[in-house]
Unconditional design. Structure first.
Length: 258
C-alpha cells in the first residue's frame, strides 16, 4: 500500500507520462490519493491570493484563514480537481472514487486560537484543526485497479467542518491504513540544504530542519513526514518526479527513521 498526496501547487505540471506512470502503479498495487488545492483556490478568487488570507501561529506555523465561506470555496475547487484526477485515471483503466474527508473519514482536534496580526498575538476564529483519526472503513474498497481520492477536509469534536493540512492528513491516512510508503508530490525536486539537493535524511535530521531551518510549505512537509514515521510508515518521499521514480528512490528526498 502506498499513499500519494498531490500538491495543489503542482497539479497543473503533471503531464500525460506522469499520469501513465501513476495509473500503472495503481493497477499493480493498492494506492490511496489525497490532493491539495492551493493554486486552484488562488485562481478562484483574488481574495485567496492576498497576504491577509494566511495566518501564522505563535509557533511559526502557517495556515489559511478559514471561514465557512472559504470552506465552500475549497469544496468548489476540490470538486473540479477531483473530476480531473478521476478522469485521468479512468482514461488509463483505473477506477476511482472521490471521498470527502469531512464525510465521516477524517476527524480533527482543536485548532490553534492565537495568531499573529502585525506585532500582536490575537485570538481568531479559524476553522482549522490537526487530523487526529481516520475511519479506515471508508477506504475498504482500496485494491489494485481501484483508487480512492480524498479531499482532506475534516470534522472536529464540535461537529464543525474544518480545513486540515493536506500533508498531515496524508500522513494520518498512511498510518491508519498501514501503508509502507507516503509520497508527497510537490513543485520542487528535492529538499535543498546549503544550495544543494538532499537525497535522504533521517527523522532526527528532519525534526531539526523543521524546527530551525525550513519555512512555509516545506516546514509542513517535514512535520507531516515525521508524523507519518511515528505512525508506522516506513519511509516518506518528497519530490516532483513520477511516483515510480520517487518510490524507487531515483528522485526526490527520502525520509526514514534511521
Amino acid at each position: 500500500m502506498a499513499v500519494v498526496k498531490l500538491g495543489g501547487s503542482c497539479l497543473d505540471l503533471l503531464d500525460a507520462s506522469w499520469w501513465d506512470d501513476l495509473a500503472r502503479h495503481g493497477r499493480e498495487r493498492p494506492l490511496i490519493l489525497l490532493h491539495g488545492w492551493s493554486r486552484p483556490l488562488q485562481r478562484l478568487h483574488p481574495c485567496h491570493r492576498r497576504p491577509s488570507a494566511m495566518l501564522r501561529d505563535r509557533y511559526g506555523n502557517q495556515s489559511r484563514w478559514t471561514t465557512p465561506e472559504v470552506i465552500d470555496d475549497i469544496k468548489t475547487v476540490s470538486s473540479a480537481v477531483s473530476r480531473e484526477v478521476l478522469a485521468q485515471l479512468r482514461q488509463r483503466d483505473v477506477t476511482a472514487e472521490w471521498l470527502l474527508g469531512s464525510d465521516g473519514l477524517i476527524s480533527a482536534g482543536p485548532g490553534e486560537r492565537l495568531w499573529w496580526r502585525g506585532r500582536q498575538l490575537v485570538e481568531l476564529e479559524n476553522l482549522v484543526g490537526p487530523p487526529t483519526s481516520v475511519n479506515t472503513a471508508r477506504l475498504d474498497h482500496t485494491r489494485p485497479g481501484h483508487v480512492p481520492l480524498v479531499t482532506p477536509l475534516a470534522r472536529n469534536t464540535a461537529g464543525q467542518e474544518v480545513n486540515t493540512d493536506a500533508d498531515r492528513a496524508a500522513a494520518a491516512v498512511a498510518g491508519a491504513v498501514g501503508a509502507a510508503d507516503l509520497v508527497l508530490v510537490t513543485d520542487v525536486s528535492h529538499l535543498i540544504a546549503d544550495g544543494q539537493p538532499v537525497h535522504s535524511i533521517t527523522e532526527e535530521t528532519a525534526i531539526t530542519w523543521r524546527n530551525k531551518v525550513a519555512t512555509g510549505g516545506m516546514r509542513k512537509k517535514l512535520r507531516a513526514a515525521c508524523e507519518a514515521l511515528e505512525r508506522g510508515v516506513e519511509r516518506v518521499v518528497i519530490g516532483n518526479a513520477p511516483v515510480t521514480a520517487l518510490l524507487t528512490t531515483h528522485a526526490g528526498t527520502v525520509v526514514t527513521r534511521a
